[in-house]
Design a protein around this ligand. Structure first.
Ligand SMILES: [Fe+2]
Length: 154
C-alpha cells in the first residue's frame, strides 16, 4: 500500500466528491444550453464532462490504491463536496460558462489543497496524479475564460 495519512485520504475524498458534483452541473449545462451558441457549447460541455468522468475514475482508483473507500453515493458526494450544485434552468449561455469557470476554480482549489496535504504525507503518487489534473483543468478553465473574453492574459 502507498504511504499516506488520514488527512491526505480525506482531502482526496473531497476532490472526488467535488469532481462528481461538478460533473453533474456540466452535464446539466450540456443539456440546457439555449440559443445560437447551442452547437458550440453543447460540444464543449460534453468534452469537459467526459474529462471529468476520467478524472473522477482516476481519483477513485487512487483512493483504492492507498487503501481507502471512494465516495460511492451521490448523497455522500453532495455532503462532502465544496463545489455547489447548480440547477441551470433558464440560464443564459454566458452564465453557464461563468458557472463552469467558477466550478473549475473550486475544483482546482480542492486539487491544490489535496496535493499540498499529500505532499506533506510523502504520498508522491497522489501528488503526481493531482498535478496532472491541475495542469489539465487549468487549461480547460483558460479556454472557457477566453470564450467569455476574460482571459487573464488579456
Ligand atoms: Fe449529449
Amino acid at each position: 500500500m502507498a504511504v499516506t495519512t488520514p488527512n491526505a485520504t480525506e482531502a482526496l475524498l473531497t476532490c472526488q466528491a467535488d469532481n462528481l458534483v461538478f460533473y453533474q452541473s456540466v452535464r446539466a449545462y450540456h443539456w440546457m444550453v439555449p440559443g445560437h451558441v447551442f452547437f458550440t457549447l453543447h460540444e464543449q460541455f460534453e468534452q469537459l464532462y467526459t474529462a471529468l468522468t476520467a478524472s473522477g475514475d482516476e481519483i477513485a482508483e487512487r483512493l483504492l490504491t492507498i487503501g481507502a473507500t471512494p465516495v460511492l453515493t451521490l448523497s455522500d458526494a453532495v455532503a462532502k463536496a465544496t463545489v455547489e450544485e447548480v440547477s441551470p434552468k433558464n440560464w443564459k449561455p454566458d452564465q453557464m460558462v461563468q458557472g463552469t469557470i467558477d466550478g473549475l476554480g473550486k475544483l482546482l482549489e480542492s486539487f491544490h489543497n489535496a496535493a499540498n496535504v499529500a505532499d506533506e504525507a510523502g504520498d508522491r503518487g497522489t501528488v503526481a496524479l493531482l498535478e496532472d489534473l491541475i495542469q489539465q483543468f487549468e487549461k480547460r478553465r483558460w479556454m472557457f475564460q477566453a470564450y467569455l473574453g476574460s482571459n487573464p492574459a488579456g
